[in-house]
Design a protein around this ligand. Structure first.
Ligand code: SAM
Length: 286
């Protein structure tokens, strides 16, 4: 991200800048985060909403820039978040609603947007203890599906989401929106199919793969004895044979009606809540 203000002067880290011009270079850089290339180059991404920004800071994510609408100025929580951003050496921008709309591409934007450093986990750092559930997604393509799955995995108490092969970016605006903040709560790991399978063997993880040709009813599997990775197939083509064959179990969710499959995020939710049924109770939630 550039280190200069609209008037070309040096950026004074930790100060609140007022910005009303859409052509301000910092605003241009923030808007560029809608492109995957720019997110990768800067290693950052955008998250909208005061609650999300507060949660992210509480969970120790690094904020680079806080942007808030003029109308939010003076609100105690916004002031607190701004102070935290300044304390961490980040930049705080107070902007017009027009600027905020153009950053978020929304007519009625959230009052607060945070630019954070991306954070990727590694397979080695995932703790393969009994009672842990991981979600492994083969080439997930739809940003909304990925966001919904991350949110659902978090809600079900899963311990990480593994993106196997060429997946959509979890740090895109659409995915982050759909996670409703859970993007900050769960480790996200990238792996090739070979890396995923090698890790699963090394770590003693049971891979329960879902497939429309699965011969096993998903409700008959023992999800208790070992840590489990639920392996879900690509939206269009399902799991490739190489992954399906390597799985410990190949399960199917019985269906009725005309649809030949469930939506990927729905199927993942069904699997997660079955695999973690023994660990979830109303008495113990939160
Ligand atoms: N045309 C694809 C196929 O033939 O596999 C459909 C893929 S489906 C939309 C996406 C993924 O959701 C599947 O690969 C599988 O992981 C999961 N899925 C959806 N419905 C399922 C079911 N009834 N049983 C098991 N897995 C299912």
């Amino acid at each position: 991200m550039r280190d200069e203000t609209r008037d070309g002067g040096p950026r004074r880290v930790g100060q609140v800048k007022e910005v009303t011009s859409l052509s301000n270079p910092i605003i241009k850089d923030i808007k560029a985060l809608t492109s995957k290339k720019d997110r990768e180059q800067t290693g950052t991404f955008m998250a909208e909403g005061l609650k999300l920004v507060i949660d992210a800071l509480e969970l120790g994510w690094t904020i680079r820039t806080l942007v808030y609408a003029k109308a939010a100025k003076g609100k105690p929580l916004v002031e607190q978040v701004a102070a935290k951003t300044v304390a961490k050496g980040g930049l705080v921008l107070e902007v017009s609603e027009k600027v905020l709309s153009s950053i978020t591409r929304r007519d009625n934007p959230q009052m607060v947007v945070g630019i954070f450093d991306q954070r990727w986990g590694t397979l080695e750092a995932l703790d393969p203890a009994k009672g842990k559930t991981f979600v492994a997604l083969d080439r997930v393509r739809d940003p909304g599906n990925l966001g919904t799955i991350i949110r659902t995995a978090d809600a079900a108490g899963a311990s990480g989401v593994i993106l196997v092969g060429d997946c959509t970016d979890p740090f895109s605006l659409e995915t982050v929106r759909a996670t409703m903040g859970s993007v900050f709560a769960l480790p996200l790991v990238k792996a090739s199919p070979e890396q995923f399978l090698a890790w699963q063997k090394r770590a003693g993880i049971e891979v329960v793969a879902t497939h429309l040709a699965g011969a096993v009813d998903y409700r008959t599997v023992d999800y208790v004895k070992k840590p489990v990775a639920l392996l879900m197939g690509n939206e269009q083509s399902g799991l490739p044979d190489s992954l399906a064959k390597a799985a410990d179990r190949l399960v199917r969710i019985p269906q009725q009606g005309r649809a030949d499959s469930l939506n990927l995020a729905v199927a993942t939710a069904v699997m997660l809540f079955e695999a973690r049924r023994h660990l979830l109770s109303l008495d113990a939630d939160r």
